[in-house]
Write a protein that binds this ligand. Sequence first.
Ligand SMILES: Cc1cc2nc3c(=O)[nH]c(=O)nc-3n(C[C@H](O)[C@H](O)[C@H](O)COP(=O)(O)OP(=O)(O)OC[C@H]3O[C@@H](n4cnc5c(N)ncnc54)[C@H](O)[C@@H]3O)c2cc1C
Length: 375
Amino acid sequence: MKINIIGGGPAGMYYAILMKKAYASHNITVYERNGPDDTFGWGVVFSGKTLANLRTADEESHAAITRAFAAWDNVDVVHRNEKISIHGNSFSGIARLQLLKILQQRCQELGVEVKFRTEIPDVETLRTSCDLLVAADGVNSTARKQYSDHFRPALDIRPNRYIWFGTNKLFHGLTLTFRENEAGVFAAHSYKFNQTTSTFIIECDQQTWNAAGFSAMSETATRHYLEQVFAADLQGEPLLSNNSKWINFLLVKNEKWFFGNVVMIGDALHTAHFSIGSGTKLALEDAIALFECFQNTKTTADALDRFESTRKPVIEAYQAAAFDSMRWFESAREYMHLSPIELAFALMTRSGRVDYEDLQRRDPEFIARYESAQA
Ligand SMILES: Cc1cc2nc3c(=O)[nH]c(=O)nc-3n(C[C@H](O)[C@H](O)[C@H](O)COP(=O)(O)OP(=O)(O)OC[C@H]3O[C@@H](n4cnc5c(N)ncnc54)[C@H](O)[C@@H]3O)c2cc1C
């Protein structure tokens, strides 16, 4: 079988690994526009449960990934200069580049051909020269655009702006920090992902963004402005830019997930707001799900059909939880009147996936503090 994969991100490479490992004679090629050392962003975070799936799917890459992990159990919420810690959660962080390096290495060991610095402008040529074309080409997928009549995508540009920085200030835990100034409300999502660096994503609503005057600010001026907003948190460490730019989150859904011999996986197919930290997890799990469909069916058509029918409900449930979480951050200014402990409780329960009982189990001390504040 000849398989072409567009996109050497987590989804495309992981799918290539699983298929090549199970079917050594398959001819599998990954086409990636960037070089092996290029990346955007800093670290990504995983929830505890993801790891078990990865171990079952491919022990070798799981071992390398978990060796590189920074792990923690606390969510810290900072509001009005007070930090509230909620324990009993399970997260791990890894540099995106390191994750990609591990997957690249595994592709090489198994004999997957990865063609770096190869842009695919015309998907049709690639499609007609293989048995299966996997479009793992990310949120701005070329394949999704080219075959939009088949996939029928629904794209929703969300109103908040966000910008992804790094910093050498280490945040030991998933830290959600709220700061207000004359322009409005800023939220930062930060976490350490190796011994020296943390991810530091800042988001704000359009009103705040306009009032701060970012549209007329240079990249350096923007960074300095935000360093001032979060001065108490960064404690003198600068924000590190990696071509960091303000963007609006794009919520992606697709009515159809495949047609003929083409299927989409990962961000090309669906996105979930970064506040629930599951984009990479979902991309890797898509790869596992698609691989399993090929193992359990006899034809490509059946495998793709099964992939859509079994995976779609799972993704819809995630997207629903992520939507509630995203809406919470979009209306963060409405919660700023809450005390720090009330804000922490509202934040922990925002997506409907964690409730009072869960928090009671995870961190009884936090719930006791919350109860006494309520009383
Ligand atoms: C601010 C922010 C924070 C995030 N934080 C987290 C987090 O904490 N945890 C988490 O799990 N996820 C996080 N994510 C999401 C995560 O980055 C993505 O969900 C994940 O990378 C999706 O993997 P993918 O393989 O589907 O796509 P991508 O990682 O986007 O990979 C797609 C690849 O395809 C290549 N490509 C695209 N078009 C072409 C073409 N025409 N020809 C050749 N190559 C092409 C691109 O260069 C890219 O390498 C975050 C995202 C954002 C924006």
